[in-house]
Structures are given as structure tokens and as C-alpha cells.
Design a binder for this molecule. Structure first.
Ligand SMILES: *Cc1c(COP(=O)(O)O)cnc(C)c1O
Length: 420
């Protein structure tokens, strides 16, 4: 079928067949998680009594916006949290995480990142790099420590020790641009239990970006007090046009709400304009879309491993995010992969990606994405910082068939498929 629409070589088709054979069993596992999460979703919608009028938005201050409040109730129920903010006013994942951290921490308090150096854009939020004078946590007198991961695992003993006198234990679930695996809900539970044993008052906060719906439960059901993520990743289902969420214990979510808007008004305001229907629909679709993206990730691992590249995670590993890291080994191969993904994107297929500086990132970054929503990485996308070993991070795919074509075309365009 593939060759009917794209100029695949015989070798590429053979590589595809070999990869697909390896994927079958793991696709079945993915479908089982999808069905579970989809039923859980339906039960949250029916359990909360979502009504047609909830899909209508508000203007101005947005006080008394019952659709917004209902949506947040649905999301909280879905992830086993007491409360949630689920809003388009969050401009990105980084913004959402910054609101969470500024909401939780006060001057003189300390956070400990127990999953090593956080995602690039969080570093300027914390005050580890970037320009002074931007108002980082550090400038507000918030202290910071980090515990490097050891062999891709959290050093639980060191984390517990460092958290004894800290206020927030920060866990990044997904790999980000680091050479490590994403954490499972069970691993998060183990970390949370250990740091709370050392310090019962500590707040366990999770960056859940890319993790949502990859498993049957979420960090808030496994000892996390609060978590945050982006709506142009997993929980937006490819339909939410922008936004983020914070979910967890009610008093903590409340603190974040006062930071998101203004101290005193908190979550009571925030007009939803015309986006509510998209947020509801996207969330409702998210388990299915995430499953398609996970299948694309499994396929990419199987394919590139067959082609002799180092991939992580392996095609048969448990998935706790939608990201696959492929060590391309050279700037040319990284660019080649991105060009291939771009060429098989539904929007802007004719564009040619180039590496360039990005705000918040230390190295130049190359990004391929021909997405309906700008920058949405729940849609098939490929990016990577231009530094050795030139790792390409691939993620997303709204549906498996087109992601499969895109990934195979990328491999072919990057010259990774040798003639057989
Ligand atoms: C995407 C991501 C972020 C930041 O989100 P942006 O929307 O890019 O600002 C933070 N942490 C992780 C692990 C991510 O994947």
C-alpha cells in the first residue's frame, strides 16, 4: 500500500515489513491501554455530567464559566486528582511548569530535581542559565539542587537524603533531551514514597509532559501531589489549539491558580472564548491519539534498530512517554531525518528544516513538524539539538498509517536504508 502513494524503494518496503513483524505484540498491548483509558475517559464525562451547554465559552473575566469548571472537574476525576486547572491561557508546557513551581515555592525554600538536569527550557525558569534579570526562581531566592540519574535510574537514596530539608521534589517523567528512559507510574510511586518517608511535608511535583495516557494511570494516582503538562502534547488529542494543565491536591492547585492569574482572584477568572469545545473534544480523543503515537514510536524503534542505529527505548520496552531517541551519529543524518519527516507532513510538506537557535535552548535545534497546530509534538515531529551524538527525538503521529509513511520516508531520505 505504501508504495502506491510514496516513492519507496524495494529495500525500504522490505525494511518496513521486517519492522512491522516485530511490532505486532506491542501494538496489541498498546490497544489494550487505549481501550482502558478511553473507557475511563467516558466514565469521567458521564460521571461529571458534561452537558451540551458546557461546550460554550465565556468572554471578559470569565467568572462563573461552568464549562471551564466542568472540564477541570472531568480532568481531575480522570487522573485521580482533587482539582485541576485545564486552560488555554497556559502558553506552553514551560509556562505551565513555571506557574506550578512559582505557585508552590516561596523565597528561601528549596527544590530538588531528582531526575537530573531538567528539560532545557526549565533551566532558565530555575535560573541555571539564560539571562539574569528574567525573574527566574533563583532571582526570587529559591534554592535549587539536583540529583543526577545513575544508569538511567533515579538515585533514590541520594534523592531522599537531599529532600530531607527541601520543599519540593521535582520529577521529570519524560526523557526530554537526555539519554534516559521515561519513568513509569510505579517508579514515580517508589520515589514519592522514599522522599516522603525522609520528609513527610515535601511536595512531590511531576513534569508529566508526553506521559499522559501512555499507561493506565497517572502520577497523581501514584504519590505525586501535583503534576503539569501541555495541551499541544498528549492530553490535547491533537485538537486543543494551545494550553496546559496542572492537577493535584486542591490546596496546591489553588496556589498555582493564584499565580496563573493574580493573587486573590485565582482560578475564578479566565474567559474560555471559543476554545472549550476543542479542549473537551481533544481530551476525549486523547487516549486514541496517544495510542497511535505510541505505535509510531514502537515502529520507529523497531525500524531504526533493524537499520543498525542505537535507539531508545527498545521496540519491546514498556512505553512511558511517546518519544523515541535515535542516535544518528552526524549532523547530516539528523538533518536528513528531519527533512524526511517534514516531507511526509500533512501541512508544509515542501518546507526544508534547518538548524537554528531557539529561545530557552542552549544549542541550535533542528525541528521538523508540518502540523495543524504550530509546534504540536503530539503530531509527528522530529527534533534534536545540534550536539553529538546528534540524537533525533521523534514523537507523535495523529494516526499510525501516516506516521509509518513519514518515518519510513525519513529513513530513506536520510540514506539509512541500504540496498538489499
Ligand atoms: C515539551 C516539554 C516541556 C516544555 O514544554 P514546551 O511546550 O516545549 O514549553 C517540558 N518538559 C518536558 C519533559 C517536555 O517534553
Amino acid at each position: 500500500m505504501l508504495q502506491e502513494f510514496f516513492p519507496f524503494t524495494k529495500a525500504a518496503l522490505a525494511a518496513n515489513n521486517a519492522a512491522m513483524l516485530r511490532c505486532k505484540e506491542y501494538f496489541e498491548r498498546t490497544d489494550e491501554i487505549k481501550e482502558y483509558n478511553q473507557l475511563k475517559m467516558l466514565a469521567a464525562f458521564t460521571g461529571c455530567g458534561v452537558a451540551y451547554n458546557h461546550l460554550q465559552g465565556s468572554t471578559g473575566y470569565g467568572t462563573g464559566d461552568s464549562g471551564r469548571d466542568k472540564l477541570e472537574q472531568v480532568f481531575a476525576m480522570l487522573v485521580g486528582a482533587e482539582a485541576a486547572l485545564f486552560r488555554h491561557q497556559f502558553s506552553s508546557g514551560t509556562h505551565t511548569l513555571a506557574v506550578m513551581l512559582f505557585g508552590l515555592l516561596r523565597p528561601g525554600q528549596r527544590m530538588v530535581a531528582v531526575t537530573g538536569r531538567p528539560y532545557d527550557t526549565l533551566q532558565s525558569v530555575i535560573g541555571l542559565g539564560g539571562q539574569a534579570g528574567n525573574g527566574s526562581l533563583k532571582e526570587f531566592g529559591i534554592l535549587y539542587d539536583e540529583i543526577p540519574m545513575v544508569n538511567g535510574k533515579v538515585d533514590i537514596a541520594a534523592a531522599a537524603k537531599a529532600c530531607e530539608t527541601a520543599n519540593v521534589c521535582y520529577i521529570q517523567r519524560s526523557r526530554g533531551y537526555a539519554n534516559r528512559n521515561a519513568l513509569s507510574p510505579q517508579e514515580i510511586e517508589e520515589i514519592a514514597a522514599a522522599v516522603k518517608m525522609a520528609n513527610p511535608g515535601i511536595i512531590v511535583a511531576v513534569d508529566n509532559c508526553y506521559g499522559e495516557f501512555t499507561q493506565k494511570s497517572e502520577p497523581t494516582q501514584h504519590g505525586a501531589d501535583i503534576m503539569a503538562g501541555s495541551l499541544i502534547k498528549n492530553p490535547g488529542g491533537g485538537i486543543a489549539p494551545t494550553g496546559g494543565y496542572i492537577a493535584g491536591k486542591a490546596h496546591l492547585v489553588e496556589r498555582c491558580a493564584h499565580r496563573l492569574t493574580a493573587p486573590g482572584v485565582g482560578g475564578e477568572i479566565g474567559a474560555t472564548l471559543d476554545v472549550l469545545r476543542s479542549l473537551y473534544l481533544g481530551l476525549y480523543y486523547a487516549p486514541g491519539v496517544v495510542a497511535e503515537a505510541v505505535k509510531a514510536a514502537i515502529y520507529a524503534s523497531a525500524l531504526f534498530d533493524n537499520l543498525g542505529l542505537a535507539v531508545s527505548p527498545a521496540f519491546n520496552a514498556q512505553r512511558n512517554d511517546i518519544v523515541t531517541a535515535v542516535e544518528t551519529g552526524s549532523a547530516e543524518a539528523l538533518l536528513g531525518l528531519c527533512k524526511g519527516i517534514q516531507a511526509a507532513s500533512p501541512v508544509d510538506s515542501f518546507a526544508i528544516p534547518e538548524a537554528s537557535p531557539m529561545p530557552g535552548y542552549e544549542d541550535d535545534v533542528v525541528m521538523a513538524a508540518g502540523a495543524f497546530t504550530t509546534g504540536a509534538s503530539i503530531e509527528l515531529s522530529c527534533d534534536g539539538p545540534m550536539r553529538p551524538p546528534y540524537t533525533a527525538y521523534m514523537q507523535g503521529g495523529l494516526n499510525f498509517a501516516s506516521a509509518q509513511a513519514g518515518i519510513l520516508l525519513a529513513a530513506q531520505k536520510a540514506g539509512l536504508i541500504k540496498n538489499i
